[in-house]
Design a protein around this ligand. Structure first.
Ligand SMILES: [Mg+2]
Length: 378
């Protein structure tokens, strides 16, 4: 079973603000160079979609309601939703804040009617959280994910093994898991446009052109997929990035932005209960060329200053001369917070950050910040 919330971030905003309902709501980075994370279905009618630049979204939907992403709040709602999911399946693999695979195999004795079972889950999410989920049920992950998407929003689709092949044969090749833009272009150049065309292709021919990917292509195109639901997969990384209104020129500016990012990432790590062993920075230049640099620490951390110090070190090593358009910091190799050692200094830091986080949790992320990050107008 695959469950996916409809227009999650935008739907939360519409739930929380009655005046946003039935209106085009666009959630994302609000600066002109920001990006849309979620558009409500009303906004999609204006041609606004996720990953579109905010500038383009404003052009297409000038009267839309533009809302800045409130990641902390959405994670809270996400936790509530996953608590409900947990009542419906013994193992759950989260894919993002609003999406999960649920392994319900072996529950046939308990569940007579899968449609009713899915409806029960949808109803609980709607009654208790006030949001709408789409559900797909199928013999495997690939088909389940496909199914949850087929009748979105408020979808519920069950795909049976017997009619899977027939159901997917006319879908575009991009529906196959792992087929990105590049592979799609290659496939089209060889005359493949639909899933069905791949399903009947010669394996040898596919291997010649796609190497190892050929086996997966053929399996998926025939509706087969033997990936397991991976229950204990932890969140892989937590990161933030920012695109600047004006490209950054000098080191002082860059260091200030890195500090702001470190503060954000540190806070998210702490509130989500993680510490990161590896810190990665991402730099995109005015030319759009992009580099990433990582450093693995002796011990996992979720303190702003550790993240900041590492990020600055990585940045200095790059010896950059070009203007910078985007900066990002990500914490990888996450472990659960309680695992790491508490030396005396760490205990002090921990209590400091505990206080900071309480303030932020109560009054919002902007209530307290580093003096260095304040503008004179603040
Ligand atoms: Mg979704």
């Amino acid at each position: 079973m695959h469950v996916d919330m409809d227009a999650f971030f935008a739907a939360i905003e519409q739930r929380d603000h009655a005046e946003y309902r039935n209106k085009p709501v666009i959630v994302g980075g609000l600066s002109n160079r920001g990006v849309v994370s979620t558009a409500s279905y009303e906004a999609r009618q204006f041609g606004v979609f996720s990953a579109m630049s905010m500038a383009e979204a404003r052009k297409r939907c000038p009267d839309g309601i533009f809302v800045s992403t409130n990641h902390h709040h959405y994670s809270d709602v996400s936790r509530q939703i996953f608590n409900i999911f947990a009542d419906f399946a013994p193992s759950i693999e989260p894919l993002s804040l609003d999406e999960a695979f649920m392994d319900v195999s072996g529950m046939e004795k308990l569940v007579q009617d899968w449609r009713e079972y899915a409806l029960k889950l949808k109803k609980r999410v709607e009654n208790e959280i006030g949001l709408v989920a789409s559900v797909g049920i199928a013999p495997n992950k690939f088909l389940a994910k496909l199914a949850s998407d087929l009748e979105k929003p408020n979808g519920l689709v069950i795909i049976q093994k017997e009619n899977a092949k027939n159901l997917i044969k006319d879908l575009p090749i991009r529906s196959l898991w792992g087929v990105g833009k590049k592979t799609a272009v290659q496939l089209q150049a060889l005359g493949f446009y639909t899933v069905g065309q791949i399903a009947t292709a010669e394996l040898g021919f596919l291997v010649q052109h796609f190497g190892n990917l050929a086996y997966r292509l053929l399996e998926l195109a025939n509706g087969r997929d033997d990936r397991e639901v991976e229950t204990d997969r932890l969140t892989q990384s937590i990161g933030n990035e920012i695109t600047f209104d004006q490209d950054l020129l000098n080191r002082t500016q860059v260091e200030k932005e890195l500090l702001a990012l470190a503060e954000k990432v540190g806070w998210r790590l702490r509130t989500e209960g993680y510490a990161a062993r590896t810190i990665t920075i991402k730099i995109r230049f005015a030319s759009f060329a992009t580099i990433t640099r990582s450093q693995t620490l002796l011990e996992a951390t979720n303190f702003d200053e550790d993240i900041y110090r590492t990020a600055v070190k990585l940045y200095k090593k790059c010896a950059i001369t070009e203007k910078i358009r985007l900066l990002g910091i990500t914490g990888n190799q996450l472990s659960l917070n309680e695992q790491f050692n508490l030396f005396e200094e760490d205990a002090k830091k921990k209590s400091l950050y505990g206080t900071l986080d309480q303030l932020k949790g109560r009054f919002g992320e902007k209530i307290i910040t580093k003096a260095k990050l304040l503008n004179s107008k603040d």
